[in-house]
Structures are given as structure tokens and as C-alpha cells.
Design a binder for this molecule. Structure first.
Ligand code: SAM
Length: 296
């Protein structure tokens, strides 16, 4: 338990997808006057160094965010992707990409004074780092960190007083039980607060639970009569390969998806051109592709 550290993965292709979608959702949700509550059930450490030891160990950002900004797209960036790149640029200076913001910092950047953010994190080291990072913001009571289980912790805050909320659920899926817990959490939350926006990230890997999760979320949304949006990004094949010594090479994470219940009505249009550009710039082989579906 708790062997996952997001610092090894920060800025990878999954973060590019997740954070572009997150930002596009928030842009729309912060247009309305009424206060917004954002719940990040699996927050991570908040900020990551792209030139630190963790990032160097995996170099996943090299195949993710850093590849995106180094690439030359055939057409100018779609506005959602441009917005995302500019947002990350705001954390960096001097032409160096040294910092990558995690979901807590992306969200906090967009909050207005009346909005609130709750962050759950359970890893002892990441909770400490997150607390220190958030303290620098001087955000006072606007941002709260809860060192408890995000799946369970969400319950006591729904429905929020302003009746406007975004829930980001981005577990590490270290244990296969997480897939069932995501579904149970969203099902319970929909009962308490059916008009909230629920954004779930999940890995697309050869495992039945991963395959089933978006299907189950779609069924949940349809049964509740709520609209949904499903975006996926694949950068390479999920097949095992062999190196020159005949050793099996695991491909690493090949693809991931974001499933959103009650998405802003602008989200599909925002992602329509952004997703093919992610494929164009992040593809690692001929299997790279994206999908964008909506319903309800
Ligand atoms: N959302 C972050 C971002 O986009 O920057 C990344 C989160 S990372 C994928 C998942 C995090 O969830 C890890 O830091 C892990 O320690 C934490 N975690 C694992 N189980 C948890 C639980 N039950 N409740 C809250 N956090 C948990």
C-alpha cells in the first residue's frame, strides 16, 4: 500500500489529458457568480519538480508535457491545449520547464474568493509536501487538506451549501479494489448531490476492472438521466515486447481516460481539436489515438 508516488509520473501523457480536461471544466464552472466547491479526493503532493530526482527516474514528462511543448503542431494549439500550456508556463520562468503543477495547484489558480477547495491525501510524505506547498499560497481557509480516505471523506460535504461542485477523483489504482471504490463513491455522491460535476481519471490497461469502470460510470449516468462525456488518449500499444536480449519489456502506461458526469456543455467542443493534437504530439507508435464520446 502507498508505494505510488505521483512525483515519478508528474507531467506524463495521462496528466496532459487529465489536466487539460480539468482546466477546461473549471474555466466554464468559474464563469457563474455562485460559489464553487471543488473536491480533489486524491490530491498528491501539489507541485512537482521536472528537474528533480523523481522526475528524472521515470522521465515520464519527457514523453508527456515536455514532448507536447517541444513539438511543432501542424496547426496552432487548440485553445484548451493552449490554455493548459500557458497555465503550466505560469509556474515556470526563464524559459526552463522546471515545475509541474498537480491538480491542487491547477484548481487553486482558478478559485475566486468565494470558492472553496478540499484536498484529500493519505501518503504520509505527500501529505507533508502538499501541506508545505499549499502553505506558501497563504490561501487561509479557502483550501483545506484532509489526511484521510478521499473515497469516504467526500460524503460529509455533499450536497455543498452553494449547490455547485466539481469532484475530481484521481486515485493511483495501486490496488484493484480502487476501481470498485471509484464507482461506489460516485454512485453514493450522485444520490446525495445529483447535479454535481464528477470527473474521474482511470488508466486504460489490460485489466477487466479498468475496462469496466467507464462502462459502469456510463450506466450510472444514464440511469440517473445525467449527461456524460468520455475522453481517452492512447499514445502507444499495450502489447508486451522483447528487447534485443529476449527480455520482456513492459510498455508502461499506454493510455488513459477521463469520464465526466454532468460536464459543462462547452467541454466537448473544447476537447474536439485538443485531443487529436495530443495524439499528434505525444504518439509513440502507430496505435496512438483518441476518442471523444458524450451522451445523456
Ligand atoms: N490528482 C493528482 C494530480 O493530478 O496532480 C495526482 C494524484 S495521484 C494519481 C493519487 C494520489 O492518491 C497519491 O498521491 C496517493 O498517495 C493518494 N491516495 C491513495 N489512496 C488514497 C485515498 N484512499 N484517499 C486519498 N488519497 C489517496
Amino acid at each position: 500500500m502507498f508505494s505510488y508516488r505521483h512525483a515519478f509520473h508528474a507531467g506524463n501523457h495521462a496528466d496532459v489529458l487529465k489536466h487539460t480536461v480539468l482546466l477546461a471544466i473549471l474555466r466554464h464552472m468559474t464563469l457563474k457568480e455562485t460559489a464553487l466547491n471543488v473536491f480533489d479526493t486524491h490530491a498528491g503532493a501539489g507541485l512537482y519538480r521536472l528537474d528533480g530526482d523523481y522526475a528524472k527516474t521515470s522521465e515520464e514528462a519527457t514523453e508527456g508535457f515536455l514532448k507536447l511543448v517541444a513539438g511543432k503542431p501542424k496547426t496552432p494549439f487548440a485553445s484548451a491545449l493552449q490554455d493548459y500550456v500557458e497555465m503550466v508556463a505560469g509556474f515556470n520562468s526563464g524559459g526552463h520547464w522546471s515545475v509541474y503543477p498537480g491538480s491542487p495547484f491547477i484548481i487553486q489558480q482558478l478559485l475566486r474568493e468565494r470558492d472553496k477547495l478540499k484536498l484529500w491525501e493519505m501518503h504520509p510524505t505527500d501529505t507533508k509536501t502538499l501541506t508545505a506547498n499549499i502553505a506558501q499560497l497563504d490561501a487561509g481557509r479557502q483550501v483545506a487538506i484532509l489526511r484521510e480516505d478521499g473515497f469516504e471523506g467526500l460524503k460529509k460535504f455533499l450536497p455543498p451549501p452553494s449547490r455547485r461542485a466539481l469532484v475530481l477523483c484521481d486515485p493511483s489504482f495501486e490496488v484493484k479494489h480502487d476501481y470498485a471504490r471509484v464507482h461506489a463513491m460516485v454512485a453514493d455522491a450522485m444520490q446525495r448531490f445529483s447535479t454535481g460535476t464528477y470527473a474521474v481519471w482511470y488508466p486504460i490497461i489490460p485489466r477487466p476492472e479498468a475496462h469496466d469502470l467507464p462502462k459502469k460510470l456510463k450506466t450510472l449516468a444514464n440511469k440517473s438521466g445525467k449527461p456524460w462525456l468520455h475522453a481517452t488518449l492512447t499514445v502507444k500499444s499495450s502489447k508486451l515486447t522483447q528487447d534485443e536480449h529476449g527480455e520482456v519489456v513492459r510498455p508502461g502506461l499506454p493510455a488513459s481516460g477521463m469520464f465526466v458526469i454532468n460536464p459543462p456543455h462547452t467541454l466537448k467542443a473544447a476537447l474536439k481539436d485538443a485531443l487529436p493534437q495530443m495524439v499528434e504530439l505525444l504518439k509513440q507508435d502507430q496505435n496512438a489515438t483518441s476518442t471523444l464520446e458524450s451522451g445523456g
